[in-house]
Design a binder for this molecule. Structure first.
Ligand SMILES: Nc1ncnc2c1ncn2[C@@H]1O[C@H](COP(=O)(O)OP(=O)(O)OP(=O)(O)O)[C@@H](O)[C@H]1O
Ligand SMILES: [Mg+2]
Length: 341
């Protein structure tokens, strides 16, 4: 049945990475698109006239935030249970991403959706409900698993996905990972932003900046350990732009996620017998936006090598690694795993 539909080109396979800060889609027609995971609805009919659309996404939504009811549905990794707005926002994000992939009018959509490991545990149902209107068949998987699948890391590997809301770890040992093989910690990109924001307020109480600016400083200059020179950014003081030294604050904020990262990685690997431990440690892969922090790969490598040789690498394309993996999964998956909707 499915084979015939594929031959007729009637199925569009899509992989969707539903993230706290960014969501992306990879489709079998070659489309690759992403948006920031913000959804906004005009607050009233004046706002509606100002923005000119019933719903806005990503950067555009942020730009008009004063006119909108703004929602970032996966903040803290889970759809806030019982909050209809979050479910609606997820629904809109999925619908919009699929639209961006431009399916042909009569094409059926087969979607594999990767979500943070904790979201999967807590409310798979809510996700399914939110997605069901836009797709014909569905499988929901954890984000690090889809990254691992995309990279063909099916055996003896650990994927560490450092996102915005959560850092998700997943050990692959030759089967579909179970709950035991996955772990989520809450120190990730948003946490770094909060730390950096509070350090900067403490150091420069008279300067004017907001969390969005702080996140941009971080994304431009993030590092752990040492870098040559200093980091200076422009921030207004009494309306005038002034250069500020933020080197130490950026370093401290980025380094704040390291202890939990090393501890959790070590703990997860330690569950396996020594022979496997050696193999797993030769295949540690960093993914997600946090893998772009300068020096984090080297730091983790040095911290883990205390317990024997290891090899840490970063994925090439952190923005699409999750959705590309989900797409590959969608194309490879036998019929019986699909849930028809
Ligand atoms: N160069 C960079 N250095 C440090 N952090 C970065 C950099 N680029 C992006 N980030 C951070 O990475 C995070 C986004 O990563 P990613 O898109 O993997 O997260 P997500 O999938 O939306 O979140 P989650 O997986 O938690 O749901 C944000 O916190 C962003 O600020
Ligand atoms: Mg992610």
């Amino acid at each position: 049945m499915k084979q015939k539909e594929i031959e007729k080109g009637n199925i569009l396979f899509v992989g969707i990475d539903l993230g706290t800060s960014r969501s992306s889609i990879s489709a079998s027609n070659g489309a690759r698109e992403w948006i920031e995971s913000y959804v906004g609805w005009p607050k009233d009919f004046i706002a509606m006239q100002v923005v000119g659309k019933p719903v806005l996404f990503g950067e555009e939504a942020l730009k008009h935030r004063l006119s909108l009811d703004l929602c970032r549905p996966l903040e803290h990794g889970v759809i806030k249970e019982g909050i209809e707005k979050s479910e609606d926002a997820v629904k809109e994000i999925i619908r919009h991403l699929i639209e961006l992939a431009k399916p042909a009018p009569d094409q059926k959509i087969y979607a594999v959706v990767g979500v943070p490991a904790d979201t999967l545990k807590v409310n798979k149902l809510a996700i399914r409900k939110a997605v069901s209107e836009s797709v014909h068949s569905l499988m929901v998987v954890s984000e690090p698993f889809s990254v691992a699948y995309g990279l063909n890391l099916l055996n003896n590997a650990v994927v560490i996905d450092i996102g915005a809301g959560t850092t998700d770890l997943c050990i692959m040992h030759g089967t579909i990972p179970t709950e035991e093989d996955q772990k989520t910690i809450l120190t990730a990109g948003d946490y770094i932003d909060e730390q950096l924001y509070s350090y900067l307020i403490e150091k420069y109480p008279n300067s004017k900046f907001n969390k969005n600016m702080v996140r941009q400083f971080k994304e431009k200059f993030s590092f752990v350990r040492d870098i040559p020179g200093e980091i200076r950014v422009e921030i207004p003081v009494d309306g005038k732009p002034v250069m500020h030294d933020v080197t130490n604050e950026v370093k401290r904020a980025c380094e704040s996620i390291l202890p939990a990262l090393v501890e959790t990685t070590t703990e997860m690997i330690a569950r396996f017998d020594p022979e496997f431990q050696v193999k797993i440690k030769s295949n540690i892969v960093l993914a997600g936006g946090g893998s772009l922090i300068k020096g984090i790969r080297e730091y983790l490598h040095d911290a883990l090598k205390e317990y024997g040789p290891c090899n840490v690498t970063c994925v090439e394309d952190p923005l699409f690694a999750g959705s590309n993996g989900a797409l590959k999964l969608a194309q490879d998956m036998p019929e019986k795993y699909w849930e028809p909707l």
